[in-house]
Structures are given as C-alpha cells and as structure tokens.
Write a protein that binds this ligand. Structure first.
Ligand code: UD1
Ligand code: UDP
Length: 359
C-alpha cells in the first residue's frame, strides 16, 4: 500500500492530482492527515472543493513550536505505519509534516517518495529549506518538478537513478480545476472586481510576518502600490498573518483584507489579476503557469524558473522596492512559457511507485 502523508493547505492541493489518479487506477493507498492545518478554510474546504475522499487517519496534531509539532507528527505517523502494511510513504513539499512523515517512515525502513524534490533557496535560515534538504537526502524516490531541481539534487551527490523529473503536480491541479472554478464560482462578481483591474496579495512566511519591520514594510509597500495604481489590492489573510497583524497592532491601509479563500475562488482571483504580490511558493508557480505577472516579497526563491522565464521579480519587503517591482511587472508582456510541466505529474509519480510495488 502507498501512504500519502499531508497536513497543510498546499499539500492537500498539490496531492489532489495524485489522489485522483490513485482513485482512477484503483491503487491501494491511504491518506494520513497530520492536522498541521485544521481551520476550516485551511483544510476541509479543499477536501470539499476538490472532491477528495476524507483522510483515512487524522492525527489532529495542530500548532506548536517546530520540535513539538514535528515530534508529535513523527509519533503519530509511526503509530499508523506500524499498524499498516505500507510499502511506500509519499510526502509533498517542505513543511514540518514532510520532515516528520519522511523521518518516521524511513526509520521503519519504509520507502519514502519526496514529491517536489530538489527545490533550493540556499537559505538555511528558512525552516522549509531544512525540511526539504533532510527529506531529499533520506528519500528513495525523488520526484523533481524540473531539470533545475534535478540538477540541485545531483550537485548534492544524490544518485541519478533515484530522481524522476515529473513536472509539478500544481500544473495538474490547475488544469483539472480551472473549468470547474469557472462553472461553480463567480468570485470576481461577488467581490465587485473587474478582470485585470485589481491586484492580489498573499504573505505568510515566518521570516516576513513574524518580524514587525518586515510585515510593516510589506503592508506599506502594498499601500503605495494601491496609491500609485488606484487599483484595489485584495489580500486573503493567512491565519498566521492575521495573528501577527493583531499582535503588532498594525493597521493595514489601502488593502482589502478577506478571509483565506477556497482553491476554486483563489484560482479565479489569481487568473484574472493584473498582478500578484506574494511570498508563497505555490502562488509563484501558479501565477507563472496562469501567465499572470508576479512580484515576490522575498530576497530569494526556490522557484528560480519563474524568474528565468520573466514571470516573477524578487522585491523583498522594502516598500520602495515593492513599488518599483510592481510598476515593472504591471507592464510585463505575458508571453513566457510554463516551465513546470504538462499536467501529468500525478500519473508519473504513481507509475514509479507502482512499478516498485510490482518488483
Ligand atoms: C506552514 C509551513 C509553511 C507553508 C504554510 C502553508 C512549516 C514550518 N511551515 O506554515 O512552509 O508555506 O504552512 O500555508 O511547516 N493556524 C491557524 N489555523 C490553521 C493553521 C495555522 O490558525 O489551520 C495559525 C496558528 O496560530 C499557528 C500559525 O497559524 O500557530 C502557524 O501555523 P503553522 O502550521 O505552524 O505554520 P504556517 O505558517 O501555516
Ligand atoms: N491558496 C488558496 N487560498 C488562499 C491562498 C492560497 O487556496 O486564500 C492556495 C494557492 O492557490 C496555492 C496554495 O494555497 O495552491 C499555496 O499555499 P500557501 O501559500 O499557504 O503555501 P506555500 O505554497 O507558500 O507553501
């Protein structure tokens, strides 16, 4: 049996094509939800909108410091794996769920497959970079989304025959849900927005929102972009960001704060935006695929393909740089080519796993 371990918003979304493919091919699989994300709008909404079966197990781990959360996930995943006859555990991305799921499985000598392997920001102050590096170095199957990520793995001495370049499953998720979003939602209408006549922004990275100067810088940058363009700036607020805006007593101006959106609603907001500003990994990829210009509110990115093709610009959190980058990217012609694959990554990943099962 193949066990998928997931626990956060991006993992549910990016694993959805793998789950759909496993269902379609009647592959024996189960899902362990760690409960790292648990608020309705960070969790259940995606199972409902993406029509996914309920997770087989839910560990209900919740929030905590890195060690507390990682330790609790490890103990919970180990408990389930010891009861089940599981031959491969799949993890996706770079969260604490990934680190803990991969470690727990590997120590039980169960094969580990890392989906979205080989991404590197080369910034080890980011918790996500630590999680990715560890997961990559203990995994048996490395599913790299691009040749760039494959090269990163080879440069670290990882064996070539363990790496498969699959594309990123987010392409599959976008292709599978774009039309469904159009059929089911009228998000722009509901928010009183016109196509290409608004900006969309998301930010939640610990290094940005847990730091008062950087968070205030992002908010000031967005306020200036709003003043420069006269366009509404829609900000679906991650719970971590909401907590820190409150804690630092900040009063965001010139932006429209809205709750975290469902995937279908967010997809519509992204696809029709004049420009997206973000510190999210997934949103950098999605804007690139949807041909919407992006400004990244970070000093580095583990998605350099988006910069190379001209879809994305790094701006950090300094208000003047954000303003400048937004002006540049608003004038960008949307003529780049999607570097993240053809939308069949989910099937490729399962092919590798099932071929191994049959050996
Ligand atoms: C985590 C990941 C990050 C990923 C993000 C996706 C790690 C180290 N970080 O960050 O890489 O980009 O998920 O969104 O794994 N909270 C809620 N409800 C929830 C979840 C969180 O209110 O459902 C609040 C809690 O106050 C919590 C805080 O958000 O303390 C942070 O949650 P946590 O899961 O620790 O990290 P994220 O910032 O969500
Ligand atoms: N997303 C969403 N609703 C929102 C914001 C983001 O559905 O209000 C989706 C987005 O389309 C992408 C994923 O969440 O697929 C990105 O998650 P997040 O930014 O939380 O994490 P990261 O990708 O940075 O790890």
């Amino acid at each position: 049996m193949i066990t998928l371990v997931l626990g956060t918003r991006p993992e549910i979304i990016k694993f959805s094509p793998v789950i759909r493919a496993a269902e379609a091919a009647t592959i024996d699989y189960c899902v362990i939800h760690t409960g790292q994300h648990y608020s309705f709008e960070m969790d259940q909404v995606f199972f409902a909108e993406l029509d996914l079966p309920a997770p087989t197990f839910n560990l209900d781990v919740g929030s905590g410091t890195h060690a507390v959360q990682t330790g609790a996930i490890m103990a919970g995943v180990e408990r389930v794996l010891m009861e089940k006859n599981c031959s491969e555990v799949l993890v996706q991305g770079d969260t604490n769920t990934v680190l803990a799921g991969a470690l727990a499985a590997k120590k039980l000598q169960i094969r580990v497959g890392h989906v979205e392997a080989g991404l590197r920001s080369f910034d080890r102050t980011m918790p996500e970079e630590i999680n990715r590096v560890v997961a990559d170095h203990i995994a048996d199957h490395l599913f790299a989304p691009t040749e760039t990520s494959r090269s990163n793995l080879l440069a670290e001495g990882i064996a070539d025959d363990t790496i498969t370049v699959t594309g990123n499953t987010i392409v599959d998720a976008l292709y599978q849900n774009r039309e469904i979003a159009e059929e089911k939602c009228s998000t722009l209408q509901a928010m009183g927005l016109e196509s290409r006549d608004y900006l969309l922004a998301t930010f939640h990275r610990a290094e940005n929102v847990d730091n008062q100067v950087r968070l205030a810088g992002v908010l000031e940058g967005l306020a200036r972009v709003h003043a420069d363009t006269g366009l509404p700036v829609i900000v679906p607020v991650h719970p971590r960001t909401a907590k820190m805006i409150d804690q630092f007593n900040l009063d965001p101006k010139g932006v429209t704060l809205v709750p975290p959106q469902g995937f279908l609603e967010f997809l519509q907001l992204e696809a029709e935006a004049a420009l997206v500003l973000t510190d999210s990994g997934g949103v950098q990829e999605e804007t690139c695929i949807l041909k919407v210009p992006c400004v990244t509110l970070r000093e580095n990115t583990e998605r350099p393909e988006t910069i190379t093709v001209g879809a994305n610009l790094l701006a950090g959190t300094d208000p003047a740089r954000i303003e400048q980058a937004a002006a540049m990217m608003l004038g960008r012609t949307r003529d780049w080519v999607n570097p993240f694959g053809d939308g069949k990554a989910g099937e490729r990943i399962l092919q590798v796993c099932t071929a191994e099962l049959e050996r």
